[in-house]
Design a protein around this ligand. Structure first.
Ligand code: HPA
Length: 238
């Protein structure tokens, strides 16, 4: 039984799904880490694959950019395809002074300027937080990989705008210990809470908002991405 955005059978997805923003990255992850990957979705080119990793079933699918896109896929995967945990693997712009290009951020919580979670519980500021056990598994993997001070865990912000930022907002976020900015995690955490499922975002810092001197080019993004992928895989199979 297909959904409006996923033309797969109900059993086509593994209980754990890794979700990068870019469907081509989903394909590269599937081809590099999955044993016998098979294509399970191609609606709108949002490629999704299922195979096994270290003998356990695992799926990888693109999410597209932004919270509305992520929410559509997360909702359909959790509600119609038996998915139990979604781990976003993506890039983010550094905000915190200690966060450097190439570092890995485990997003334990996500502020947002989006209205999507505001609508969830009338009169309440929804707390968009990661599943604690998934975060712990990813952090443990980062410690074992000896990432040292390249490993961070804490709050991030999921913004709706990529190109527009209210004056002074980034400085205030930095003051409050916000590590980095991306565009999806808060929505993922909201949808996971709605369906009683598990979610986590593991992010690679691809550029820094307060210092552009070390921003990565496309090929560097791909290589440095491997660290966060390893942490996400550890969380997915924990
Ligand atoms: N803003 C939003 N998303 C991002 C950024 C950014 O600066 N860098 C990587 N993803």
């Amino acid at each position: 039984m297909a959904t409006p955005h996923i033309n797969a059978e109900p059993t086509d997805f593994a209980p754990a799904v890794l979700m990068p923003g870019d469907p081509r990255r989903a394909q590269r992850i599937a081809e590099s880490v999955l044993e016998s990957p098979r294509l399970v979705n191609d609606v709108r080119g949002m490629l999704g694959f299922t195979g096994t990793y270290q003998g356990k079933p695992l799926s990888v699918m693109g999410s597209g950019m932004g919270q509305p896109s992520f929410s559509i896929y997360a909702t359909e995967l959790f509600s119609q395809f038996g998915v139990e945990r979604i781990i976003r693997v993506g890039t983010a712009g550094g905000i915190g002074e200690d966060v450097k290009v190439g570092d890995v951020v485990i997003a334990t919580g996500a502020h947002t300027d989006s209205a999507m979670n505001q609508l969830r519980i009338p009169g309440v500021s929804f707390s968009a937080v990661a599943d604690f056990r998934l975060a712990m598994a990813a952090y443990q993997a980062g410690v074992e990989a000896e990432l040292g001070d390249r490993l961070h865990a804490g709050t991030i912000i999921s913004r709706d705008h990529f190109y527009f930022t209210p004056e002074g907002q980034t400085d205030r976020l930095a003051h409050y210990g916000t590590l980095c900015v991306e565009m999806e995690a808060a929505a993922l955490y909201g949808v996971a809470a709605e369906f009683g499922k598990q979610a986590l975002a593991v992010l690679t810092i691809s550029d820094h908002l307060l210092d552009h001197s070390a921003d990565m080019d496309a090929s560097e993004r791909e290589t440095r991405f491997q660290d966060s992928l390893q942490l996400a895989l550890a969380a997915a199979l924990s």
